[in-house]
Write a protein that binds this ligand. Structure first.
Ligand code: PMT
Length: 411
C-alpha cells in the first residue's frame, strides 16, 4: 500500500486572479511529481495572470474555466469533479473568491464546484496586506475555518504592490506539505513524538570534524508524517541542509553530546521516541583549540566512544514506545535484531546502506521492520515519507494499541 497520502489521488488545484498565480504552476508540478492526478480550475481573472494552456500542458487535462462554453461534457463538470476529488487546493485564493465561498455564492466554475465538494480543502489566501487585514476578509476567513476548511496563513514580506506585511502566497513546497497534512488521517492527535535526525559532528579542531553521510531526510520525513497525523512533534537534528518542518518544534544540535542532552531532557514528555539520527559512535578524545598544522607524515587521532543515547533510553524507559533505526552494510537481520534486544526497543527499522536508492542521502529507502514480538515486515523501496507513514501505522496499531489494551487478569 502506498502511504505518501497523495499517490494516485485526484486533486483539484484552483487558481484565482492574483499576482502569485504563477506559483501555482510549481504546486501543480509538485503534485504531479508525487503521483497525483491533477485537474485545474481557473477563475476568469486568473487567466489574465497565467495562461490556461500552461496548466493544461502540465496537468494533461483541460482546464475548467467556463460553465457554459466548453461542450456538453462540461455541463456537470462541477458535480463530477467534486464527487471524484480526494482533496482541493485553492492557491492563490483572492478576497473575492474567499467572500463567495464564505457566503455560498455560486456564479462561476470554482464557486459552483466548491458547493458540491465534500473532500478536504486547503485555502491559501494571497493579497495586499490591507486587503488581508480588512474586517470583511477576516470575517469570511473565520467562517471558512468554522466550515471545516484549512486556511494557510499568508507569508509576510514585500508584496508586488510595494506594501510590506502579510499577504504573500507561501512557497509551493510549504503549501504542498500542508496539503499532505490535510489528507492524512489524524490518528496521532494527543501523542507527543520525539524524533532525531541527521548526523552528529565531532570536532577535531576548529575547522575539521568527524561525521557521516546522513542528510536528515529520513528523520525529517518521520517528523513531517507524524505532524501531518496530528501528533505534537519535537525534532532534534544534527546539521542538515533541510528547512525546519512546519509546526514541528525543531532543535538543532551539532555533537552527539548535545543531542544526548536534549533527548534526555525531552524523554519524560514523549509518548514515542523515534531515533533516526546517525549518531557518531566515536569522537576525538580531545578537540584542539587551534587548527592542527600540517607537519608530520602521520597523524594519530585518539577517539573515544560516545554515549549510546538509544541504549540509555532503553534502560530508563517507562511508558515510552522506543523505535530505533539500524544502518547496516551486511547481515541486516542479525545486526538489527541484536540492537533491538540490546537497546530494549519496540521496533527497529533496519536499512541496508550503500546503494543510491536506500539509506544515506537518497529520497527513497529500503527498510525491514523488526518488532519486539519477533515478527518482521520487509518493505519495498519507497519514498522516505511513505516509509515514515508505514512505520507510524505500525506504531499506532501494533504498539500503541497493545500498550493501551487492558492486561488480562487471572483469578
Ligand atoms: O539521514 P538520511 O540521509 O535520510 O539517512 C537515513 C539513515 C540511513 C541515517 C537512517 O535511515 C538510519 O539508518 N539511521 C540510523 C543510523 C545509525 O546510526 O544506525 P546504528 O545502527 O549505528 O544505530 C542504531 C540506533 O542507535 C539508531 O537508532 C541510532 O540513532 C542509535 N544510536 C547510535 C549510536 C549512539 N551513540 N547513540 C544512538 O542513539
Amino acid at each position: 500500500m502506498m502511504r505518501n497520502g497523495i499517490k494516485n489521488k485526484k486533486v483539484i488545484l484552483a487558481v484565482c486572479g492574483g499576482i502569485a498565480a504563477y506559483k501555482s504552476i510549481e504546486i501543480l508540478r509538485l503534485l504531479k511529481k508525487a503521483g497525483a492526478e491533477v485537474r485545474v480550475i481557473m477563475t476568469q481573472s486568473a487567466q489574465w495572470f497565467v495562461g490556461a494552456l500552461t496548466f493544461e500542458a502540465l496537468s494533461g487535462q483541460s482546464v475548467f474555466k467556463d460553465m457554459f462554453q466548453e461542450g456538453s461534457e462540461a455541463s456537470f463538470r462541477h458535480i463530477d469533479w467534486a464527487r471524484e476529488a480526494d482533496g482541493v487546493i485553492i492557491a492563490p485564493a483572492t478576497a473575492n473568491t474567499i467572500g463567495k465561498l464564505a457566503n455560498g455564492i455560486a456564479d462561476d466554475p470554482l464557486s459552483t464546484f466548491m458547493l458540491a465538494v465534500a473532500s478536504p480543502v486547503l485555502i491559501c489566501p494571497s493579497m495586499n496586506t490591507h486587503m488581508y487585514a480588512n474586517q470583511a476578509v477576516q470575517r469570511n476567513l473565520d467562517t471558512l475555518r468554522s466550515d471545516g476548511y484549512v486556511v494557510v496563513e499568508p507569508a509576510s514580506g514585500q508584496l508586488a504592490c510595494g506594501t510590506t506585511g502579510p499577504g504573500r502566497l507561501p512557497e509551493p513546497e510549504e503549501i504542498f506539505d500542508r496539503f499532505l497534512g490535510c489528507l492524512s488521517p489524524k490518528d496521532l492527535v494527543g501523542k507527543k513524538i520525539l524524533v532525531t535526525a541527521g548526523p552528529t559532528i565531532e570536532p577535531i579542531d576548529p575547522v575539521r570534524f568527524i561525521s557521516n553521510r546522513s542528510s536528515g531526510k529520513m528523520g525529517f520525513a518521520v517528523a513531517r508524517a507524524a505532524e501531518h497525523r496530528g501528533a505534537e512533534v519535537t525534532l532534534i537534528s544534527g546539521p542538515t541542509h533541510l528547512a525546519d518542518p512546519m509546526n514541528v518544534t525543531t532543535i538543532r544540535v551539532r555533537t552527539a553530546e548535545e543531542m544526548a542532552g536534549h533527548v534526555f531532557q525531552q524523554m519524560e514528555n514523549a509518548d514515542v521516541i523515534i531515533k533516526s539520527a546517525a549518531v557518531s559512535d566515536y569522537g576525538p578524545k580531545e578537540s584542539e583549540a587551534h587548527k592542527i598544522k600540517k607537519g608530520k607524515n602521520e597523524l594519530v587521532l585518539h577517539l573515544q566512544q560516545n554515549e549510546d543515547i538509544l541504549k540509555v533510553l532503553g534502560q530508563k524507559k517507562k511508558h515510552q514506545i522506543l523505535v530505533g533505526f539500524a544502518a547496516e552494510t551486511k547481515d541486516l537481520e542479525k545486526n538489527a535484531t541484536q540492537k533491538l534486544a540490546e537497546k530494549n526497543l519496540d521496533i527497529i527499522a533496519g536499512n541496508l546502506v550503500g546503494s543510491s536508492d536506500s539509506g544515506f542521502e537518497s529520497d527513497t529507502n529500503t527498510v525491514t521492520l523488526f518488532f519486539k514480538d519477533g515478527t518482521t515486515e520487509s518493505l519495498p523501496t519507497m519514498e522516505k515519507l511513505e516509509v515514515a507513514h508505514i512505520l507510524l501505522d505500525r506504531i499506532a496499531t501494533k504498539v500503541l494499541r497493545a500498550a493501551k489494551a487492558p492486561k488480562s487478569t487471572k483469578n
